[in-house]
Structure formats: structure tokens, C-alpha cells
Ligand binder design. Structure first.
Ligand code: SAM
Length: 284
């Protein structure tokens, strides 16, 4: 019988913070089960327990203070977790429920859209539509969001779900490989105030080049590019390059490319799995 994933707590760790919590709780389990002189053990347990609580309870606290998600977002998260992720279903071959960005990042993106007064948004990597819907909720009445997605099954799911929400109806889904969709959007003369990159990690650099290349740039003059997973679960700063996974290596090289790019400004923030802001340097 298939097990249904009911909430985020059943998902594997995919952020540096979640990895820290996981490792601390493993260390506590081990320590509780070994014989040590009682004084030393007590001291170690006190420190580890404190670190573990601070780390493990942070996400819950952040969520509790943050504006709750809309009904539509809440239901979309539930519906995503209830998809058939176990076994060898078509979905589980290339996708996983951990891909959904979730409450905190969703509200962050929604507010970012509001603060920047962006009216045209582009998302590269739609999945079931959570971040797209969150950003669309931050758009004004006349705003639009174009979202690129390669996987037909998940694009079908997202499309039918988004149609049921007022903000979701602002989302125009472009199916197929994102690099090809970007070329198509460019030939249509489209430009975007805010772009969220959250697709295949080895593709990030090409997407960035496509977005900023002139003439007819897809990124508006004062536009902002937001890039997800730029800490890649902490791998990129804790492992030697040759021991990193393929995705972590791609992110490592992407971050270096952006950092040394003469025309770009960048800041990397420890939100969830690392959120990077990229904009063009402004000429004074
Ligand atoms: C991490 S998920 C996106 C999560 C989504 N932004 C959210 O917050 O819920 C990445 C998505 O990118 C899609 N993807 C992977 N490679 C792609 C490509 N070359 N072109 C377009 N989409 C791609 C995957 O199918 C997957 O749905």
C-alpha cells in the first residue's frame, strides 16, 4: 500500500539548517546511548541539547510569526504532498516533494514582488506551482507571471490547480526546456521585472546569460534575478569540489561566475537553501 506524505516533517533535509538539526539529533541519540563519565556526558548533553533546540525550532518559529499562507497555497502544498511519490511512479523518477519551496520562502517572494512593484514576473522551474502562486498573489491586478516547466505531468497538475485560484489565473505556463522557452520569450519581445530561477542546477548559468544578454534583454533595466538553492544544502562550502554532487558543483561554479561578473551585483542570503539576488551594476 502506498504511504502518503502528510506534512513537511516527513521530508528529508534539503537546507543547511535542516541538515544541522538532523546531525545534532543523531549526535544526541549516540551520546545518550554510550557510557561516559557522568559529568562529561551531562555537559555534552547540555550543549548539544541547546544547539539542537535552537536549530530545530527555528523554522517552526519563523513560520509562526510569518503571515500565514492563503487557502489556495495551503491546499496546493497539501495536494503536492499527497501526490504518489512512493515507489517507482512516473513522478518520483525525476521529481520529489522536497522541491516545493514552502511557506516561508513563498511569503518572502510574495512580499518581494510587492516591495519591488514588479508587474511582470518570470519563473524558471514551476513544479506544482507553489512559488509561482505565492508570487502571483503579490502582483497587482494587471500583473502577469510566465512560468517555464519541462515535466508535462507536473505542468498539467500545476495548470489545473492554478486555474482554481484567482492569482493562479495570472500564470502563463511555457512547457519544454527552459532555455528554449527563454529564446521564444525573447523573440516575442518580453521583458521581466523579477525572475525566479529554481530549475535544473547545471542550467543556471545559461539561464542567467540568456536573461541579461543584449539587445532585447529579458531582464528589465532595473530588474532583479532571484536564484534558489545557492547554498546547496551546505555542500558548496564544506566539501572539496571533486567530492561535491553534480548539482553542488554546478552551483559552486555558478556562484563564482556571478561573483566575478563585471556587470553584476550580487548578495547571497541564508534563506532556506540560499537565496541569491542578482542585479545589473548601475552606472553612476
Ligand atoms: C525545484 S523544482 C521548482 C520548485 C518551485 N519553484 C516551487 O517553489 O514550488 C524544479 C522544477 O524545474 C523543472 N525543470 C528541471 N529542468 C528543467 C528545464 N531544463 N527546463 C524547465 N524546467 C525544468 C523540474 O521539472 C521541476 O519541476
Amino acid at each position: 500500500m502506498e504511504t502518503i506524505i502528510r506534512d513537511q516533517t516527513q521530508l528529508r533535509p534539503v537546507t543547511p539548517q535542516a541538515h544541522i538539526s538532523f546531525e545534532l539529533s543523531r549526535a544526541l541519540d549516540l551520546l545518550n546511548n554510550i557510557d561516559l563519565s557522568s559529568d562529561l556526558k551531562e555537559q555534552l548533553l547540555t550543549h548539544l541539547n541547546k544547539a539542537s533546540r535552537i536549530s530545530a525550532q527555528m523554522e517552526t518559529y519563523l513560520s509562526s510569526v510569518t503571515q500565514p499562507p492563503s487557502e489556495c497555497l495551503r491546499d496546493l502544498e497539501r495536494a503536492t504532498l499527497a501526490l504518489p511519490w512512493q515507489g517507482d511512479s512516473d513522478l518520483a523518477r525525476t521529481l520529489e516533494p522536497e522541491m516545493l519551496s514552502g511557506h516561508l520562502e513563498g511569503q518572502f517572494l510574495k512580499q518581494l514582488v510587492r516591495f519591488t512593484k514588479a508587474t511582470s514576473l518570470l519563473e524558471i522551474g514551476l513544479f506544482t506551482g507553489y512559488s509561482a502562486l505565492a508570487m502571483a498573489e503579490g502582483l497587482p491586478e494587471n500583473g502577469k507571471l510566465v512560468a517555464c516547466e519541462l515535466d508535462e505531468t507536473i505542468a498539467d497538475f500545476a495548470e489545473s490547480y492554478l486555474q482554481q485560484c484567482a492569482a493562479g489565473r495570472k500564470v502563463d505556463i511555457r512547457r519544454g526546456k527552459a532555455d528554449e522557452s527563454l529564446e521564444q520569450l525573447r523573440s516575442e519581445g518580453q521583458s521581466f521585472d523579477l525572475v525566479f530561477i529554481d530549475a535544473d542546477k547545471p542550467g543556471y548559468r545559461k539561464y542567467l546569460d540568456q536573461l541579461i544578454s543584449q539587445p532585447n534583454s529579458l531582464l528589465a533595466d532595473q530588474g532583479l534575478i532571484v536564484v534558489d538553492n545557492t547554498l546547496y544544502q551546505g555542500e558548496i562550502y564544506t566539501k572539496p569540489l571533486e567530492e561535491m554532487s553534480e548539482n553542488a558543483q554546478a552551483i559552486y561554479h555558478f556562484n563564482e561566475y556571478v561573483r566575478t561578473h563585471p556587470e553584476l551585483e550580487v548578495v547571497l542570503l541564508p534563506i532556506r537553501d540560499g537565496v541569491m539576488f542578482i542585479s545589473r551594476k548601475q552606472r553612476s
